[in-house]
Write a protein that binds this ligand. Structure first.
Ligand SMILES: CSC[C@H]1O[C@H](OP(=O)(O)O)[C@H](O)[C@@H]1O
Length: 391
């Protein structure tokens, strides 16, 4: 069964607490915008598409509980117009609050903008009411969840096809990927990891190399977890091994491309992605390996002209100076049960260490060979990405 970071049914939302992976699979309930904000901020759920979907669905769950409380009498109340306006304003404030949780990924603000448009449009209908506004919102949020998996499967298909169509020699290929862009970063299947899954499904993947992706370790903790779960041939490398891998094993392992995800693609194609991505793009160019960005159009921000305009999130120093270790297990002498303790935060730096912790960097468009989307692969024309053409 495919891995799921998000479990949703109308009125109930749960997320897999990714701070506890790969040691513990623990789902936590999200019942409000505050629950979602905290989970996104702490990175219990992460990944540009996933945080947008969890944010959107958190309000859908809250609205279902709200609708249960509105009884018929309220709905008959003559000041429906006022109540509808209050509903719209409440949802607008909640969406704005959710967008404040993390600044770099555009999917969250893109989803909030689209959902705000839905509630405003529904509030202008002749039969407008709080219930109708709520129902319109819930339907739109649920559609975002359904769209994401479909978009990721299309990204995988387009990416695999483009790679196999641009090979120096026929045969299976290997790829190097960074961070986690799979089912744990989306509603399912993944973006860059979706390309890996598609190549594997077509029996065209020789091997997937993936970086540990310090300091949150999305690679060794999450991508490894997914690839091993799917039984995809893969090898973990430290971030510092990427150059040696391409230099010493690039040809023998038929590494055809570095394939990464994205948090925000600016109008000119400059791409913000997990810290370390920019360095991989330079290595790929130096070693004559394709560098591909895989992302749905919800990650492309035509309102941001270039990478210099993208806000890069800086996270707490402690995420650099500690690592999360497996929980301490207590074996009770009188019982065979194993009591699993809390995930351990282990210091790996000297006391009073000062650390810089930008969560993302920006890869300039000239270093990107192609941008893989759900509607096809975009390459540069006269040295420039024309991203408006795919909308
Ligand atoms: C399809 S996920 C896109 C993107 O999100 C990740 O960042 P984070 O783990 O901090 O949310 C990473 O940059 C992925 O490439």
């Amino acid at each position: 069964m495919a891995l799921q970071a998000i479990k949703y049914q109308r009125g109930k939302l749960q997320i897999l607490d990714q701070l506890k992976l790969p040691y513990q699979e623990i789902f936590i309930d999200i019942t409000s915008s505050h629950d979602a904000w905290n989970a996104i901020k702490k990175m219990q759920v992460r990944g540009a598409p996933a945080i947008a979907i969890v944010a959107a669905l958190s309000l859908a769950v809250w609205l279902v509980s709200y609708l249960r409380e509105i009884d018929e009498a309220d709905e008959a109340n003559e000041d429906q117009q006022n109540q509808t306006r209050n509903m719209v304003e409440t949802l607008q404030q909640m969406l704005k609050f959710l967008v404040s949780s993390r600044p770099t990924a555009v999917n969250l603000s893109d989803a909030a903008r689209k959902l705000e448009q839905v509630i405003i449009t529904s509030s202008h209908q002749p039969d407008a009411s709080p219930r109708r506004v709520a129902e319109a919102y819930i339907a739109a949020a649920e559609q975002m969840l359904a769209n994401d998996v479909h978009d990721n499967e299309s990204i995988g298909k387009h990416g695999a096809s483009w790679l196999l169509g641009n090979l120096d020699s026929p045969g299976k290929i290997s790829v190097l990927t960074h961070c986690n862009t799979g089912s744990l970063a989306t509603a399912g299947y993944g973006t860059a990891l979706g390309v890996v899954r598609a190549l594997h499904a077509q029996r065209c993947l020789q091997h997937c190399f993936y970086t540990e992706t310090r300091p949150y370790n999305q690679g060794c903790r999450l991508t490894g977890y997914e690839l091993i779960h799917d039984q995809i041939p893969a090898t973990l490398i430290t971030d510092s091994m990427a150059a040696a891998l391409l230099h010493l094993k690039g040809k023998s392992e038929r590494i055809a491309a570095v394939v990464v995800g994205a948090d925000r693609v600016a109008a000119n194609g400059d791409t913000a992605n997990k810290i370390g991505t920019y360095g991989l793009a330079i290595l790929a160019r130096y070693h004559g390996v394709k560098f591909l960005v895989a992302a749905p159009r919800t990650t492309i921000d035509l309102e941001t002209p270039s990478g210099t305009d993208i806000v890069i999130e800086e996270r707490p120093q402690i995420e650099v100076t500690t690592i999360k270790g497996p929980p301490v297990k207590h074996l009770e002498p009188t019982s065979v049960d194993v009591q699993v303790g809390e995930i351990k935060e282990i210091s790996i730096a000297a006391e009073k260490t000062k650390a810089w912790n930008p969560a993302f960097d920006v890869t300039p468009a000239p270093l990107i060979d192609a941008i893989i989307t759900e509607v096809g692969v975009v390459v540069k024309e006269n040295g420039l990405f024309e991203l408006r053409k795919i909308f």
